[in-house]
Design a protein around this ligand. Structure first.
Ligand code: CAA
Length: 391
């Protein structure tokens, strides 16, 4: 087994939804001081899917540019991470495989462990590339975060998909061993099969996240990981961007590091730019943080970045990536900005109507209203079967 092989993220692309709800609109509806949203939780707006968008259409939109740039010949595995799955049996990745015309000689599978799933997918992909460095693995993270209307968690909704091509000699980030790992059976956030919206213990979830930060870091140290001072930046899972600040402050105080505001801002400030506007994208959130960092930092050549992936329930992992010299040539900065800027703002009543929509369950033929201007859409449902089409 080649241990000195460089494996990691070769390309990264993301997509989000047709619509956006600014937090100013939500605050006006529920009488909340906007400071609570803009400063208290660090969110500006949240992505809202159109009636004909879901995790599959977002995923295909995120992955299409990756396939267009790199081809699909070497892709023999697609791993689709999500916690807002559309089917209990069939992987959402199979729809994406068809929409993108990927080779039939491929394995496609869906993975779930709350927001942590994409990191498991990335690590499993790295393992497959170790076994055969000529292969590449398409890792997709796609989620729609939905909580009950008028609940405290409503302000932390969002939606996005990230597609990453994992391979040898990557263009963006080399992923290193070791990882720090942590699992604990907690009920901080969950969604029983019969519910469309997630249940959450808000305060308990923040405590569970911080305990996981402690757990992964202690294990990372035990495994012989890098000292804290070697990291140029840290990407955190961001259910709301203020959470990354809480988590990093917690990590620094655990390690006896400098917890002043400036030090924390320098380590994580750039990673929050996209998440503040997209909202919680669950599995995709950590990797939107990476995209924002790579797109905005001055020069990250050969710099070490720490990644903290947290999935409620809970499973967490801390790992290191080193940014590959020349990474800028592989960035998609303009497209990333465009994915966010192109969204159409919703009035509150329009958002509420979209939130309350659900697909009919009677097995009849139902066409979906044509709302998205994105490259793929959910055309409808017939005989309980979803039908997707390029637009
Ligand atoms: N100006 C500035 N700040 C203000 C303010 C104002 N006018 N009013 C309130 N604030 C501050 C508060 O002081 C508080 O700051 P601190 O956390 O630093 O104390 C912050 O705004 C939030 O205020 P509250 O705690 O009163 O807010 P809330 O009770 O409405 O709940 C929440 C906030 C718990 C995040 C809730 O939105 C929620 O439950 N979200 C979903 C759960 C979640 O995201 N958990 C994160 C960890 S779990 C995870 O990471 C997995 C996942 O993806 C779900």
């Amino acid at each position: 087994m080649p241990n000195d092989l460089d494996i990691g993220i070769h390309d990264l692309s993301f997509s989000t939804t047709e619509f956006v709800l600014p937090h100013t609109v939500l605050a006006e509806h529920n009488g909340t001081d906007i400071g609570k949203y803009h400063v208290g939780i660090g969110q500006r707006s949240l992505s809202v899917p159109a009636a004909d968008e879901d995790i599959v259409t977002m995923a295909a939109a995120a992955a299409a540019p990756v396939v267009a740039r790199n081809g699909s010949d070497q892709i023999r595995t697609v791993v689709f991470a999500t916690e807002s799955s559309v089917d209990q049996a069939k992987s959402a990745g199979v729809y994406v495989h068809a929409l993108l015309g990927l080779p039939p000689a491929a394995r496609v599978v869906e993975l779930k462990q709350a927001c942590y799933g994409a990191t498991a997918a990335l690590q499993f992909g790295i393992g497959l590339v170790h076994r055969d460095p000529t292969q590449r693995v398409l890792v997709i993270a796609s989620d729609v975060s939905r909580y009950d209307l008028d609940s405290p968690a409503e302000a932390t909704q969002g939606a996005a998909a990230v597609a990453m091509l994992v391979g040898a000699n990557p263009g963006l980030v080399r992923v290193e061993a070791p990882s720090g790992l942590f699992t604990a059976d907690v009920m901080d956030f969950w969604r029983p099969n019969y519910r469309d919206t997630a249940l959450v213990d808000g305060e308990g979830s923040i405590i569970a996240y911080l305990q996981a930060v402690e757990g992964v870091w202690k294990d990372y140290e035990r495994q012989g990981g890098r000292p804290l001072e070697e990291f140029r930046a840290f990407c955190y899972h961001q259910p709301f961007t203020k959470m990354a600040y809480k988590a990093h402050r917690h990590l620094l105080s655990l390690c006896g590091g400098d917890t002043d505001k400036g030090a924390i801002e320098r380590a994580i400030g750039l990673t929050t730019a996209y998440n503040a506007e997209v909202g919680n994208s669950y599995t995709a959130s950590l990797y939107l943080g990476l995209a924002a960092l790579l797109d905005q930092a001055d020069d990250l050549n050969d710099e070490a970045v720490g990644f903290l992936s947290y999935g409620s329930g809970s499973v967490a992992e801390f790992f290191t990536g080193t940014v590959v010299p020349g990474y800028r040539e592989h960035l998609r900065t303009a497209a990333n900005r465009e994915a966010i800027d192109r969204r159409t703002p919703l009035a509150y009543a329009e958002y509420r109507e979209l939130h309350q929509r659900s697909l009919p369950t009677d097995g009849g033929e139902h066409l979906t209203p044509a709302q998205t201007t994105g490259p793929f859409r959910l055309a409808g449902i017939r005989d309980h079967k979803r039908r997707y089409e390029p637009r």
